[in-house]
Design a protein around this ligand. Structure first.
Ligand code: AMP
Ligand code: MG
Length: 413
């Protein structure tokens, strides 16, 4: 059986990221949040757009004020008031100054700003009571933050609030982004019903479809809920073929263990898929099928997750989510990132498979503490997953992590 790291390497290798030509689209800035840039963005504007003042004060010529002190102030004539948003009309001559406010455009002839705290104004004159540190003090020069025509944001990054702010300021309102990956989700099992149906004895609600759709959307992809498929080879074959025809990634849950009604692997082979993984030494989530359909318009990745609700979610977090992030066009940062926490409980495993225990990470005095979820850690119990935000990992061979010791935790949600 494959180790988690081996399975991960195989999966990441199988992922073919979206194409920067064929899979590109243009979106308006107002709907760009969370999207991934397919090309670098360049602006026509310098930042700052013009040389401006960093302070409320007086625009001066440094030479006029370099010897100023409280005892011997420099006396300057105020020739103009420059509020923000105003175009200066005067060019400063020697011993002239302009009253200037933060962000306002520096007048011609001025090279320095004196902050108002070291001045005293008397009508049309201002007394400068201290020399500025250097020429250029409190002046923000045009293009000192960013030069027009150079790359502003690189390809392959996700647009979040800071990038949205930058793009708005740079007047870049039409953005080239990758289309969202399409992820088809289907559930297999004769016992499954939708949440709105009364349950007959032995029936189970198809919660995985909803959970996986929510996770896919959170990952920035587009979920396509394909519904419940009976444990009948023909029905399953048809449903999988249909999903493969429309999606970049297909996720099924159930039917991948070795039960009498578990047909998924057989059908995948019949439909021409290469099967790369059948099981992984992980708990929960041992039966995991990973396959690839090479002959579609673009290769389709198939994840057959176990049916148990917790197993299917853990498999998604550990293997599917990073793969979808990589496929979506993220240049980096798509790999799972573990954080170290101090365990607030004794953590146990049989040591045979890499074990994931769910719970809550809290920040205590600046360090993470991991609190194991109360109740059963059975893969069939999804109730105590509520409000968890991390999976603590016990590697193969490690049966015990005592309270107070460090543990690696995969943040989730
Ligand atoms: P399987 O992997 O098909 O053998 O299913 C394992 C267990 O998970 C069984 O108890 C199923 O009833 C349950 N299960 C399978 N699919 C789902 C689903 N979509 N939602 C909730 N539970 C499921
Ligand atoms: Mg089943």
């Amino acid at each position: 059986m494959l180790l988690v790291k081996e399975a991960e390497a195989i999966i990441f290798d199988l992922v073919q990221p979206l194409d920067n030509q064929m899979d590109a689209e243009v979106v308006d800035l107002s709907s760009a949040n969370g999207r991934i840039l397919v090309g670098a963005v360049t602006s026509e504007l310098d930042f700052p757009h013009w040389t401006n003042s960093a302070m409320d004060g007086y625009a001066v010529q440094f030479a006029d004020v370099q010897a100023a002190s409280a005892e011997q102030p420099a006396v300057l004539e105020i020739v103009e008031e420059i509020p923000a948003g105003y175009q200066p009309q005067r060019s400063l001559q020697t011993r002239q100054t302009a009253r200037i406010l933060t962000g306002a455009v520096m007048p011609e002839g001025a090279d320095t700003v004196v902050m108002q705290e070291v001045t005293r104004r008397e009508d049309k004159q201002v007394f400068i009571l201290a020399a500025p540190a250097a020429p250029g003090a409190f002046v923000r020069h045009r293009a000192s933050f960013y030069q027009a025509g150079t790359p502003l944001l690189p390809a392959g990054i996700r647009l979040n609030a800071p990038e949205i702010a930058i793009l708005a300021a740079a007047q870049c309102t039409q953005l080239p982004v990758y289309r969202r990956p399409r992820v088809a989700i289907l559930s297999t099992g004769d016992e499954l019903v939708t949440p709105d149906r009364p349950l007959k004895p032995g029936q189970i609600v198809d919660s995985n479809q909803y959970a996986l759709a929510a996770l896919v959307a959170q990952t920035g992809a587009e979920p396509q809920m394909m519904g419940i498929v009976r444990d009948e080879p023909e029905a399953l074959k048809k449903a999988i073929a249909q999903a493969v025809a429309t999606a970049d990634v297909v996720i099924s849950s159930g039917g991948v263990s070795v039960g009498d009604y578990d047909y998924v692997d057989e059908i995948l082979a019949q439909l021409g898929a290469e099967i790369h993984i059948r099981a992984v030494a992980v708990k929960p989530g041992k039966p995991l099928t990973v396959a690839r359909f090479p002959n579609a318009q673009r290769p389709v990745l198939y994840f057959g997750l176990p049916g148990n609700p917790v197993s299917s979610l853990v498999s998604f977090w550990r293997f599917v989510q990073p793969a979808v992030r990589k496929l979506a066009g993220l240049a980096d940062g798509w790999e799972p990132k573990f954080v170290q926490a101090r365990s607030h409980h004794d953590l146990r495993s049989d040591g045979k498979r890499e074990s994931y225990l769910w719970g809550k990470m809290n920040l205590v005095n600046g360090a993470y503490e991991f609190h194991l979820a109360g109740g059963s850690h059975s893969s069939g119990n999804l109730i105590n997953l509520a409000q968890t935000n991390g999976l603590a990992v016990l590697p193969v061979g490690q049966t015990f992590i005592p309270v107070g010791e460090p543990v690696q935790v995969l943040p989730i949600g």
